[in-house]
Design a protein around this ligand. Structure first.
Ligand code: SF4
Length: 224
């Protein structure tokens, strides 16, 4: 059943694959086949200027799932989420919060890198509402397969995509949100914001770790 569903998913038109993926996941198609289908996604224009699709990474199922905005320059080249400068901040913050990153599934709401040229550099550009909407079924599919006990949304793009378009991270960070997405759902800042915090960098980092400790404490108490 699962393999025929996987074949159907891979045969779907590239622009229809995000929605087909969610149905396939419900019917038992494993993450590997979903990831393969995502490589050919053309549901918005972002694929055209990116190197590759950057799908989520980590154990399935996993007690913790972390969702950011989109891959950055390094992630676009490597094909893995959170391996660049923001990923290094996240690794350190998870470690300081007492969370084993190896037990977390890490992904983004948008799977292709959106950028604009600046000399020889490629500068991050925030995905717009249409791009986030087109890509959303992929992360919903990951969520359905990973079935995390705790879901941590990193930054406004992820939180507004999965919770509410008007959601304010700064007003709601670091506390359980009481949503159906997972038994524990929390939002905090995106780790890239620490890199942009200037003189406030140390306190911004400490606040990120404090938020992640809330998730760590919940996991210690509730997850096997
Ligand atoms: S950003 Fe998402 S929806 Fe757009 S082409 Fe890439 S995978 Fe598909």
């Amino acid at each position: 059943m699962a393999s025929s569903q996987a074949a159907t998913l891979l045969a779907a038109l590239p622009e229809q694959r995000p929605v087909a993926a969610l149905d396939a996941a419900v019917h038992g198609v494993p993450l590997g086949a979903i990831r393969e289908a995502a490589e050919g996604c053309r549901a918005c224009d972002l694929w055209a200027r990116a190197t590759q699709t950057v799908f989520g990474s980590g154990p399935v199922p996993a007690p913790l799932m972390l969702v950011g905005e989109q891959p950055g320059d390094r992630e676009d080249l490597d094909g893995q989420p959170f391996v660049g400068p923001a990923g290094r901040i996240l690794d350190r913050a998870l470690d300081d919060a007492g969370i084993d990153r190896e037990r977390a599934f890490v992904t983004n709401v948008v799977k292709h890198f959106k950028w604009r040229p600046s000399g020889k550099r490629r500068l991050h550009e925030r995905p717009n509402r249409e791009e986030v909407g087109a890509c959303l079924p992929w992360v919903e599919t990951e969520l359905a397969l990973v079935q995390p006990q705790a879901l941590v949304l990193l930054g406004a793009t992820a939180a507004q995509a999965l919770v509410d378009p008007t959601f304010s991270v700064m007003r709601n960070r670091g506390r359980p949100l009481g949503l159906d997405l997972a038994p524990f759902v929390m939002a905090t800042v995106h780790p890239s914001s620490i890199l942009r915090a200037g003189e406030r960098r140390e306190s911004a980092y400490a606040a990120l770790v404090a938020d992640l400790r809330v998730a760590a404490a919940w996991l210690r108490e509730h997850a096997a």
